[in-house]
Design a protein around this ligand. Sequence first.
Ligand code: SAM
Length: 275
Amino acid sequence: MLSASAGCLWVVATPIGHRDDFSARAIDTLRSVALIAAEDTRHSRQLLLQHNVATPLTALHEHNEREAVDAIVRRMQEGESVALISDAGTPLISDPGFRLVRAARAAGIRCIPVPGACAAIAALSVAGLPSDRFVFEGFLPPKSAARRSRLQELAADRRTLIFYESSHRISECLADMREVFGGEREAVLARELTKLFETVLGEPLEALADRVAGDPDQQRGECVVLVAGCGEEVDARLIEGRRIFAILREELPPAKAAKLAATISGAPRKALYEA
Ligand code: SAM
């Protein structure tokens, strides 16, 4: 039930690079609310000043979200409207805000989106990979073993996969993708979108991983990686992998049989184990 006397929570997207990717409605909203909850108030103040927004800011980041949420919800219950922004792009998309939106909704406060830039969607819009079905995976684990195991879980997914990755891990991340998904799988690296050095490279993983490893310029800035979903050629590996798994399974425990069958066939281990 929405509360009639409470303020609203406006969830406002900000630019991911180009300062003009900031909608007129977003700026008007930020000027009109009583308070803006921002991930990094110093960073946001700069952006807001460029657009003549002088609204007071309060910090809402992953380390204080729990306590900050209660105070912000209380202010909205008393009738004030609040806007939520993050450092760049759409709040909650690999950014703080989930707890605040959830608490606001639970308190009957209306949450209103003011949509705008989002790196994942901007990258998908120019990648040239199937966009009818896709899955946003956000950031992968930073350590290689955990990253590979997450990638294994996705290896048989038919949807286009979208990841955020830090530039200092981009080369090792692409190497792990090549190993788990196979070098022939199509992928796109979208870097520095809407900025001066915007680059969108689309190649099979084999070539893309090599190119990025050999070019330090491709290891700078902000990156989105997109990988085509599992297609026919992976199915062929899966079929072969399942055949080998069935033979090995007669002599070995399932986990060991799946591991060996995956190594021999190139099929994803998890898919074999589940099969
Ligand atoms: N909330 C943001 C959004 O809506 O896209 C994402 C925030 S997340 C903390 C930051 C990550 O988004 C970066 O590490 C990078 O992977 C991606 N990203 C943000 N801006 C980007 C840009 N201009 N070009 C490419 N990737 C970008």
